[in-house]
Design a protein around this ligand. Sequence first.
Ligand SMILES: C[S@@+](CC[C@H](N)C(=O)[O-])C[C@H]1O[C@@H](n2cnc3c(N)ncnc32)[C@H](O)[C@@H]1O
Length: 307
Amino acid sequence: MHAAVLLNEVVEFLRPARENGTVVDATVGLGGHAEALLSRYPAIRLLAIDRDPRALALARERLEQFETRVAFAEGRHEKLIDILRQSQVGDGQLSGLLADLGVSSMQLDDASRGFSFRFDAPLDMRMGPDSRSAAELVNTLDEHELARILRDYGEEPMARRIARAIVERRAEGAIETTAQLAAVVRSVKRSKPHDIDPSTLTFQALRIAANEELVGLDRFLEDAVSVLEPGARIAVISFHSLEDRIVKRAFKRLEGECTCPPGLPVCGCGKQELVEVLTSRPVTASEEELNRNPRSRSAKLRVAERV
Ligand SMILES: C[S@@+](CC[C@H](N)C(=O)[O-])C[C@H]1O[C@@H](n2cnc3c(N)ncnc32)[C@H](O)[C@@H]1O
């Protein structure tokens, strides 16, 4: 069973602003966090969102016992405001919100979905039906754009050489499987024993690009804060530094930090204090959790409270 990360920490931070308020789980996945929140706070209602219909089906089964206290919505959390309007849950004000970003271990471990070089499968990597596949990107983007994706989303030091090798390999026919892509990367990037697999950063970058994981994250955080009632909290778990950086900066901005370029005589960014950040440093997994679930290693939790 997939273990929800930082579970106790999330449940304690997300004590609802109103006992019988509405809480959103914007990335319900297999419903681990949702189940714990519904059990711990017996009067809340929870709106469970996920872009992956397979995850939603499993979450529905897991959360069946909570009956009318849970509602489900398939979609991207970047559309939070529309989803809230359509689902008509509560009065539009939220008593808490959780976003446990990125892919789930269920998605990563499903060999057929093409997220991993560990299994040979079609090069898909889509979390839901709403995005382009990794194969589409790999076979259609030009060398420059591929290199940019590998550099920006994978922080891959050999981005240009790998991008060139991909484009050269395409001349022989489309790259359709995870094994074919991994072989291209291996042809230019060798690994030493104990190194991570040479394809790791390329796969990460393509997954982020295919699912547009960073696009709209800023906007989503702002929208989420705009619908929190005073005292309600937003908790965000991220799994890589690119995501965490966006969350950290967004919280700073929402806390009212001036974002004007240095030297302006008068502040022009319209800073406004909308939240208080409760985690000056991100919360990470305890030793005990790390031993139990090594995947919690890179998880970082940041929490802010609506003022
Ligand atoms: C790390 S898992 C969540 C696990 C969950 N907290 C649990 O306890 O099982 C992330 C989930 O977020 C979903 N997801 C990722 N990006 C999304 C987005 N932009 N909108 C909606 N769901 C998203 C994925 O499909 C995946 O199921």
